[in-house]
Design a protein around this ligand. Sequence first.
Ligand code: ADP
Length: 990
Amino acid sequence: MRYVNMTMKPLKSLKKFANNKFLVFSCILFLIIALSAVTAYSISARQINLSFIKQQLSIASETIRLRLATSVDSELALVSKMADTPVIRQYFMNPSDPVLKSQADDEFTLYKEHFNNKILYWVNDVDKIFYSTGNAPYVVNPDDPENYWYNLTLYETEKFIFNINYNPDLGQIYLWVNVPVFVKTQTGKKPIGLIGTGINLTDFSNFVVSSYHKFDENITTYMFNKYNEITSAVDYTLVENKVRLEEHLGETGKELIKVARELSEGESRNFIYDNKMYLVNSIPAMEWYMIVSYPVPGLLSLNQAMNTVFFSMLVLILFLFIIMNIFIARSENAMAKQNLRLLEANKKAEFASRAKSDFLAKMSHEIRTPMNAITGMAELLLRGELSCEARGYARDIKQAGNNLVSIINDILDLSKIEAGKLEIVPVKYMLSSLINDTVNIIRMRLREKPIRFFTNIDGNIPNSLIGDEVRIRQILLNLLSNAVKYTEKGHIGLTITIDKRDDKQIVLRMDVADTGKGIKPEHQANLFDEFVRVDMKKNQGIEGTGLGLPITKRLCAAMDGKLSMKSEYGTGSVFTVIIPQGIESKEPFAVVEEPERKKVLVYEGRVVYAKSICWTLENLAVPHAVVTNQEDFVATLYRAEWFYVFSGYGLYEKIKPLMNQDDSIFRGGKKPHLALMVEWGTEAYIPNVRFVSIPIQSLSIANTLNGKADRRDYFESSGVIRHTFPHARLLIVDDIATNLKVGEGLLSPYNTKVDTCLSGAEAIELVKRNKYDLIFMDHMMPEMDGIEATAVIRAWEKEFACQQIPIIALTANAVVGMREMFIENGFNDFLSKPIDVSKLDEILNCWIPAEKRANNNEQITTNKENKGQDKPSLPAIPHVDTAKGIAMLGGKSDTYRKVLSMFCKDIDERLPQLQIMPETNTLPAFIIQVHSLKSVSASIGAQELSSNAAGLEAAGKAADMVFIREHLPGFTVQLAELEENIRTVLSGSV
Ligand code: ADP
């Protein structure tokens, strides 16, 4: 726990640090950004406002300028036109001519209307009389300085057209427009008078003032002429007194005049000066200038201030960003350090976990050794004489010991998985053998429970697969053992089908279904967590650690598979494993040859089994019908031509009379073959009836329908010896003396020379020394097995022999795919144990050269003596089918006796070894031992013992120590009892 604290403390302070600083920083940053935004906004708002003012000023000034310019231009044009009128010109030349005068008067009257009641005046240069609208005529004295305008108009026309003056009496401003009247002379033109008009600018000034005031009362307006005299102003006295702009506004006035003089035509200029905004433009026609001003107090300083604030904020943001980056860099640094610390802590934790796993591995080994002693001693105690109480204690010790070892095994498995030490070792394996072994173990576990166990295995699955066989076995056994543990009645089913497949890989779907207690929905979620055992009230008394499912789940995951579960409380559960496996060879697991011609009638009252067998027949494409009662059976039997009838063993008595009828009664003139389905371990013999063990497997059905041997049908395998081989020499290699005796017995009718030896090494020596025609080599032998010995022999032959000796493998594992495996390893063929005499005959005829044969004229039958249900010539031995044993030895009871006594000797030798509980490292030897016993006990007719040995062998292969520990002691007791019984019978009957 120390490393956990180490990581927690810095994490907390880091969090606190980050929390505080980050909050402050982000608040400051937010405020600054918000403030900058507001400043930027108000600056731009002011700018917009300012430009709006500018725009308004320029619109207003432009309107005035245009209005003034147009009115001046139009007055000038009218006056000029008058001055150019011939009537007026003639009148000006002769003012005393009354006719001309009256004509001119008419003309003037006409024009007056055009001048729209403005002042119109004219003077001719002859009498110099000044006529004007609204005034009495008077004579102008051009020499009077007051009348400077007269001479200027006539003689300085170009410069003097406009004149503005103010009449203090009338309080009005006038713009005078004066145009001379010319006559043409030889030298050019000569002025003969003038015509003028006066435009009252008082209204105009008022308009200017009022229009600006209307717009904004802060606006001040001035107009000034080329003499800088103010010609319009709000303060009218300025105009009256012709005050000059610079006198009135001082320096500002000078500045404004300077700007005004620089203007080009039509240009207006805007600028801020001394806290006021000015607009200056000109009225070129009059050489007047206009100034509009607007006070913008503090605008500049405000703008400046705002700009300062804005830029300083930008600088501040930059600064904060720099700080922020430094801070982030620092915290990243801190994080990196933190990560480093975490990594170190993690390493330490990993180291600790590895150390824990190693410790567990060592400890479990250390614990298991004394535990073996404890359980072993308890077992010995139980065999001896004990009081009832002491027996109870000893049983408890043994039971508790077994439980403890199983817990240790699970913990070890889990710790291996957790430490990542679980290695998945893909190997080539036979699915048939995996299923066989699994079924053997589960059948043994189920023995005392009223539960029906069925298997539905898809025959299309390739038999030769690549995967971790040991782990797949473990997964299946875990799930099936749970099903057995948590089911009291009903059934348990193992279904294996194809989920997906391609050329190289197959995804298998394995369903383990039961009708057990089921799991409550609220318990289902954490079922795969370690040490979780649920519904303990109901499951009281059921042993377990809660490690099976998590281990199974992890094993599945390690093999890229997955485990899922569906369960209904009180009804049952289905555990599903989906797992990919490599395809070694595509040959399917079970195939029925010409299935359409092999119609099957199934008669089975146990619905679960009936369904299962139908599933399998369907899967193998075999046409079939199922009946569940006698009436239907009778009706259906004669309705069609059946190839086989599969019936429950218990129904045999009922169907026997029907099946024993003549062929002619049946459709097609041939009665169907009969196969009886027997519960595992049931011993039965009925001539010409085939037996298939429950759970019915697709392979057994396929073998039955293909007419191949499956579970040895010894009584049917009688045959006639076709030839003897007096000149041949044979070698039998087997580590069990009994098997050698059996072999010798079976070969004795062939009148051939038979050598035997007990090991591969001995066999090699014999081969080097003698010339053999055929070798029978056992597969599983300690030290050097049959495959290794054959490899050595083949290598030796390559160098020293001119031809190969046929070698036939002997094996008790007769599953599909074995033949190919042996041939690949240098064997020529294989013969399964217990040996089928007809198969033996076939092999001898096939492999022994023809020149070594002698024809057998007497036609010896191999099981003549005991054919049918003849009573064996030996007294009955409990748990031994002596008739079967004798039949298997070619019907020779004396050979059988010899085999029995050899068997006792073998047991004597092996029993002490079997009484030592195997360890993981001694398992291979243990498997060989029980494997041998499986075949040897089958060959003497001790079927139950053979089945139990098969169960132990399968458990050995699955490394299921719990099972072995549970069943091995019983098995050894059974073995000892059998030996005892055989000895008694043999001594009594000799
Ligand atoms: P164990 O069987 O050793 O207790 P497992 O991990 O194999 O541990 O199973 C965990 C629990 O799941 C069991 O205690 C049992 O309550 C429940 N369980 C497992 N398989 C089944 C099943 N087939 N039917 C009902 N309950 C099951």
